[in-house]
Write a protein that binds this ligand. Structure first.
Ligand code: PBG
Length: 322
């Protein structure tokens, strides 16, 4: 035999030499939940994650940052009293998210602060856009999303990240930011976001599940591949700086497809359901948590993700230190 592929696997040293993909702490955006109040509360739906106080969130972000994680994305659990059919709280300059952005920027000026742009945490209907007679309105929702993005930019966000899947929102947000002088605020678009049962635990964490219906008229059908290219082309034309595929693990083929369709950096989100599947199986002693986390995240990067959003970001950064 002239060809013995096993020679390239014969020792850790040789394997290290020929390895194609290596995770780094700098690949990650760390998603964090925040709520009003002084306490850091465990989230029943997502063991190991917390609804942080502003102070607790800044401390957690600081720890992740000192381990080499460059960025966080923040999600608010909004008091029911502040939710409404018009979701106006999402652009309140004194609201929770603007205060978190300011606190993060003051304590950690170099940390990249990413914000979620979507109405669901603020909307009494629990949808990402405005709802009238059971219909999720597009253009009217985009107008509110622009206000929300501007509010985040004004507070100091580095990157706004529309996760709502309304048509045309990237272009409208870009125009809004530019007209207000925020030409350096970036847009990380949830470009290829599927209507997925993998988001269940996240909606539990924020109490943000839709009150009626589902998200299938705006989030994508998971049976489809080709419209991911269409969405990618549109977001690129509309001025997105980075595009995202979400969820990640069951959608590696989509990461490959999107990577081929654009020269923009591609992000992928290992979402709450993916996190919970690993967490619960390892808590039961059925899986080796660290091994599965590293394998699943390496696969996401191998498929083409330049940026990975994962609830494991801080833990991985710690593990990578050895
Ligand atoms: C809201 C939003 C969701 C997630 C991120 N932003 C939920 C949804 O679209 O229903 C999901 C994240 C996760 O499951 O970890 N627009």
């Amino acid at each position: 035999m002239h060809q013995r592929p096993r020679r390239n696997r014969k020792s850790a040293g040789v394997r290290n030499l020929v390895r194609e993909t290596a995770l780094s702490a700098s690949d990650f955006i760390y998603p964090l939940f925040v709520h009003e109040g002084e306490t850091d509360d465990p989230i029943e739906a997502m063991p190991g994650c917390k609804r942080w106080s502003i102070e607790g969130l800044v401390k957690e972000a600081g720890e992740a940052y000192s381990l080499g994680v460059p960025a966080v994305v923040i999600f608010p659990a909004v008091d029911d009293a502040l939710k409404s059919e018009t979701a106006d709280e999402c652009w309140n300059d004194d609201g929770l998210i603007p205060r978190v952005i300011k606190a993060l920027k003051e304590a950690l000026p170099e940390l990249v602060v990413v914000t979620d742009v979507a109405l669901d945490p603020y909307n009494s209907d629990g949808h990402d856009g405005l709802v009238v007679d059971g219909e999720i309105l597009n253009d009217e929702s985009v107008a509110v999303l622009v206000k929300q993005a501007l509010c985040h930019a004004k507070a100091g966000a580095d990157i706004v990240s529309p996760s709502d899947m309304m048509d045309g929102r990237v272009g409208a947000i870009r125009d809004g930011l530019d007209e207000a002088g925020y030409v350096d605020v970036s847009i990380l678009s949830y470009t290829v976001k599927f209507a997925s049962a993998y988001y269940g635990p996240f909606r539990g964490a924020l109490d943000s599940a839709p009150k009626a219906g589902d998200k299938k008229t705006y989030q994508m059908d998971y049976a489809n591949i080709r419209e991911s290219v269409r969405e990618t082309i549109l977001d690129e034309e509309e001025g997105a700086d980075m595009v995202m595929v979400k969820p990640a693990g069951a959608y590696l083929d989509l990461i490959v497809k999107v990577k081929e369709a654009t020269t923009l950096p591609v992000a992928a989100y290992q979402v709450s359901g993916e996190y919970l599947m690993i967490k619960s199986a390892s808590a039961a002693g059925w899986l080796d948590e660290k091994a599965i986390v590293m394998e699943s995240l390496t696969a996401i990067k191998r498929a083409g993700a330049d940026v990975i959003l994962s609830y494991y970001a801080k833990e991985v950064a710690n593990w990578l230190r050895g």
